[in-house]
Design a protein around this ligand. Structure first.
Ligand code: SAH
Length: 471
């Protein structure tokens, strides 16, 4: 059973520091169920791959413990030596422990920086079918390449096996990648090689922190990880639900340093932006409007003032922000007619959601730059293909304008949680691509004072659904 980890980060050989394993040497580690070998099949400046090969000894497994209820033959003849299973998770934790925890003595910063990574599992048993593979890894932002193996190459009529070779690619920290593999590999398998109890539950919650609670397949993952021990799974899910109520550090705009606010203050860009968004929404004649990534509800407050908008729905992934929005808008105290006009939804732009359908217009204000680039693809479909409002008003910072701000260090983003900031050309290329792909027209507007060379601080695109075609 082989797991390979590849990076294209430069210098790619830093992978050795991240894994705490010297690329120049082949190393072996004895584990209770066999032997683990670490070696580097490719080592170059622009691409480096580490392999973790498990040599599982089925005989040692049988000797080691009793109580595996299988027929005698199946104890010795089984797929354990050849497939990725919880053995691989144990090996990851034991052989790559510091990397799993995000620690690196030599490259501490790189250990917490997303870099282009790709993991290949040579044989992953996908019980539950190929769909499950996509359902589990796609929401985490991975690109997935899966190739199914036939049961026996010499006997095509026997059909397909449940085994796949799977490659997962993403710009991610090595620690996140290993964590996902650690938790999810056993989820695809039919059995675990040891009894699950409270310790497993704690491991699941520890390694699932920050991603499992919001995962659409969290229930299936939890049940399978805990070997369908229902009481354990129930407890795990209840505790995950609590976690999910905390604002997600990765997604929530943290205002702790107030940097974005104070930078933009002199020109009150925020107000200009809201004003421009409201007028774009008004002029398209929208009655039912959606504010995707509404945050603490600043736009919602402006929308409520306009009678034209009969139904106003704010959505955000951060539960805490929604609570603040609810307080600020005094939703509990609104007269009932007003109250019926507005609704807050806890959701995510990463997942298709029926509740987003049926609106005349959607605003997506200063949100896309908070999304990891590999996850933009999911967002694009959620918005333009599934929610599919007649009008989309979307804003994002114009990176070129940053040089105009004296307080912003060269090359820095306006906010620490921004994953990217686009130039006008980048934004327009993206937006035109969206309009062509999904049957919209698009028009660009400047928001805020325009600089002759660098344009305006905020850029806005207004998309209109084309009448013919996509429907
Ligand atoms: N539109 C608001 C907030 C912008 S900050 C305004 O202009 O003031 C970005 C917002 O996007 C945050 O509230 C954050 O929680 C939200 N967000 C980030 N990722 C999201 C996701 N995947 N789904 C929904 N909202 C998300």
């Amino acid at each position: 059973m082989l797991l390979t980890l590849t990076t294209m980060h430069r210098p790619a050989t830093d992978l050795g520091y991240l894994l705490h394993k010297n690329p120049a040497r082949c190393q072996s580690f004895p584990l209770s169920f066999g032997q683990a070998h670490v070696f580097y099949p490719e080592v170059a400046e622009d691409r480096c791959t580490a392999g973790l090969l498990l040599d599982v000894d089925p005989v040692a497994m049988v000797r080691g413990r009793g109580g595996v209820s299988q027929t005698a033959l199946a104890q010795y003849v089984n797929d354990r030596p050849y497939v990725a299973s919880s053995f691989m998770s144990v090996a990851i934790a034991q052989v790559f422990g510091p990397a799993l925890d995000g620690r690196s003595k030599e490259r501490p910063e790189l250990a917490t920086t997303p870099i282009p990574m790709c993991a290949t599992l040579k044989v992953l048993p996908c019980r539950g079918g190929e769909n499950f593979l996509y359902e589990v890894f796609q929401p985490l932002g991975y690109e997935i390449d899966a190739v199914r193996y036939p049961l026996d190459e010499q006997f095509g009529e026997w059909g397909q096996s449940p085994y796949y070779s799977v490659t997962l690619s993403k710009s991610t920290t090595l620690s996140d990648l290993l964590t996902h593999l650690y938790v999810l590999i056993p989820v695809f398998d039919n059995f675990k090689h040891y009894y699950v109890g409270n310790e497993e539950l704690e491991k699941l919650l520890k390694h699932g922190e920050g991603w499992l609670a919001a995962h659409p397949k969290r229930e299936a993952i939890t049940h399978r990880y805990l070997k369908h021990r229902h009481s354990l799974a129930r407890e795990a899910l209840a505790r995950l639900a609590e976690q999910d109520d905390q604002p997600d550090e990765n997604l929530v705009e943290s205002r702790s340093d107030g940097r974005e606010d104070s930078l933009e203050k002199p020109i009150s860009l925020n107000e200009r932006r809201l004003g421009d968004v409201v007028s774009a929404l008004k002029s398209c004649g929208a009655k039912r409007v959606l504010d995707l990534g509404c945050g603490e509800g600043k736009l919602l407050r402006e929308l409520l003032k306009e009678k034209q908008f009969e139904a106003i729905v704010g959505m955000d992934v951060a539960f805490r922000s929604l609570e603040i929005a609810k307080e600020r808008l005094r939703l509990d105290d609104l007269p009932s007619r007003q109250e019926d006009r507005i609704q807050l939804l806890h959701g995510s732009l990463m997942y298709r959601d029926k509740r987003f359908a049926g609106f005349d217009a959607a605003a997506v204000v200063e949100v896309i730059e908070h999304l990891d680039p590999p996850r933009l693809a999911a967002f694009e479909r959620v918005l333009f293909e599934f929610a599919r409002p007649a009008t989309v008003v979307l804003t994002t910072p114009n990176r070129e304008y940053n040089v105009v701000w004296p307080n912003l260090a060269a090359g820095a983003f306006r906010h620490e949680d921004h994953r990217f900031e686009w130039s006008r050309e980048q934004f327009q290329t993206w937006a035109r691509g969206m309009s062509e792909r999904f049957g919209y027209t698009v028009e660009f507007r400047a928001v805020g004072p325009e600089h002759a060379d660098f344009g305006s601080p905020t850029q806005m695109a207004v998309f209109q659904k084309a009448e013919a075609g996509h429907g």
